[in-house]
Design a protein around this ligand. Structure first.
Ligand code: E4P
Length: 212
């Protein structure tokens, strides 16, 4: 499983990229709205930092609008993946963009059959939202597991991104069920590095070293 950073914050993205563990970035309109400046310029600057897939989401809700926005976003950099919501119009846009070799990430996926439709339309990535399902008392990891098994069964060429991740446990479970990618908020990424025995071990090694 690879890691993407789920953020539009350039400072976080640069720090995470320099840690050497992330392979890409996902953004969404809510994350972009938290930051200052022009959206296209923000995506351009992310692409200058990160050498990997960068998801940038369309705002239009109609197919033609999504296709037009998708083409504009894809023209920013070859690593751009156009993020498109899971709707009829969205999948129509995915089919057209795929025929133009533009990569897409179908977002806001909450059922295995939505994920199956997205893959059949030609999506490069699908993003099931774990945390938002857990928030309403459903089981995000079970959804992710179903999608991974169905894609395996039919040998579907669409990568599964575990999204809406809230905790290190979500990351562990995503790896266990075989997600291709976990897109993690910066705070969760930091927590993945930590264990009290790692810190205590470093302190003990240094203390012993100083006794020599
Ligand atoms: C996925 O690509 C989304 O950007 C993201 O993971 C949504 O997470 P949230 O439910 O924490 O907003």
């Amino acid at each position: 499983m690879r890691f993407f950073l789920d953020s539009a914050n350039l400072n976080e993205i640069e720090k995470a990229w320099n840690m050497g563990v992330i392979a890409g970035v996902t953004t969404n309109p809510s994350l972009v709205a938290k930051e200052e400046g022009d959206f296209f310029e923000m995506i351009r600057r992310i692409a200058a930092i990160v050498d990997g897939p960068i998801s940038a989401e369309v705002i239009a809700l109609d197919g033609e609008g999504m296709i037009a926005e998708g083409r504009e976003l894809a023209a920013i950099h070859p690593n751009i993946v156009v993020k498109i919501p899971m709707t009829h119009e969205g999948l129509r846009a995915v089919k057209t963009l795929n025929s133009e070799k533009i990569k897409t990430n179908v977002t806001l996926v909450f059922t295995p059959t939505q994920a199956l439709l997205a893959a059949r339309a030609g999506a490069s990535y699908v993003s099931p939202f774990l945390g938002r399902l857990d928030d309403i008392g459903e089981d995000g990891i079970s959804l992710l597991n179903d999608i991974c098994r169905i894609y395996e069964l039919y040998d579907l060429d669409c990568r599964v991104i575990a999204a809406s991740i809230r905790s290190p446990l979500h990351v562990l479970e995503s790896a266990r069920v075989g997600a291709d990618v976990a897109t993690v908020p910066y705070a969760v990424l930091l927590r993945l590095f930590e264990h009290p025995l790692t810190s205590a071990g470093i302190e003990k090694f240094l203390a012993d070293w100083q006794k020599r």
